[in-house]
Design a protein around this ligand. Structure first.
Ligand code: GLU
Length: 294
């Protein structure tokens, strides 16, 4: 039994990411679980452009006192595991471009996700051969519009229709939704704590976990950090990474204290440690609104 934190090493962790890591640690350790770290570095173009970001992320997590059990898992070293999982799934090639899906699909969901309308499932052999000569396909898993329900610590029961989502991108890279599920199963993760932008992916991922013979984890989606305009926090929003903050004289202990205040686990400027926060932590009392980082 374990929880985990799974950053993508494309840019430095900001206060919102670090806060999610703190909540994930509190949830895992507070329930007697191990806490694991996985680096989601499959998107090689974006990761290469940001080399050494993963090392900085590891250093920043250590600087606020988060430690992990077991070895760090790097997704780029697990391609065989994704290939093995794929062999167990009923998949089909999809030649649709983003624009074609936008045209054929129903309106996007609130999170911008467009359920796949199944166009390439119904191709004639001749049409499929024609398309295969023009572009490389993505692979989609056949879900037959399954209904999937997950349990989230704060959102309660969340039900979604599972579309035929992408499991291998058309550049050959295993898709996020495949890798995350294969890894969570392999790492014995039974508690997934992460930003609430991923809440709507969880019925899809839970369905895939069951398809692969596993059990869906418990979920806990944490409200995101936002800037003063209410938009998702980003690097351009000022001093939001530990490096930015250090440059203006704020040390990691003070940043942890600020995160603790946002979680209503400390008074302003109170020195804190993760064990101290754990002794005060009550998941049901966690603030449920986005954290406005000035
Ligand atoms: N790598 C994803 C991110 O950084 C998180 C994936 C997950 O926690 O399931 O947003």
């Amino acid at each position: 039994m374990a929880g985990r934190f799974a950053p993508s090493p494309t840019s430095a962790l900001h206060l919102g990411n670090l806060r999610t890591a703190v909540v994930a640690w509190l949830m895992a350790v507070g329930t007697g679980r191990e806490f694991r770290l996985r680096i989601e570095d499959l998107d090689t173009t974006r990761v290469r452009a940001a080399s050494s970001v993963a090392e900085q992320q590891l250093a920043d997590l250590a600087a606020i006192g988060i430690s992990f059990d077991g070895a760090v898992v790097w997704q780029s070293q697990r391609l065989d595991a994704y290939a093995d999982a794929l062999a167990e799934l009923d998949t089909y090639p999809c030649y649709c471009t983003r624009a074609e899906i936008a045209e054929a699909a129903s309106a996007p969901h609130g999170d911008g996700y467009r359920p796949y309308p199944g166009t390439c499932l119904r191709l004639s052999a001749q049409r499929r051969a024609e398309l295969a000569a023009t572009r490389p396909p993505a692979l989609r898993v056949r879900a037959n519009s399954a209904i999937s329900t997950v349990h989230d610590q704060w959102a309660g029961e969340v039900t979604g229709v599972v579309d035929d989502f992408v499991v291998v991108r058309n550049d050959g890279v295993p898709a996020y939704n495949l890798a995350v599920v294969v890894d969570d199963l392999a790492m014995d993760i039974d508690q997934v704590v992460r930003g609430d932008d991923l809440l709507s992916s969880s019925p899809r991922q839970a369905w895939l976990a069951r398809q692969l013979g596993g059990i869906a984890p418990d979920y806990a989606h944490v409200p995101l950090a936002v800037n003063s305009d209410g938009r998702r926090l980003a690097k351009r929003d000022g001093a939001v990474t530990l490096a930015d903050l250090a440059a203006i004289g704020v040390d990691p202990a003070q940043s942890l204290s600020r995160i603790a205040v946002s979680l209503e686990l400390a008074e302003p400027d109170e020195p804190v440690s993760l064990p101290k926060l754990l002794s005060r932590f009550d998941p049901s009392a966690l603030p449920r609104t986005p954290w406005v980082v000035a």
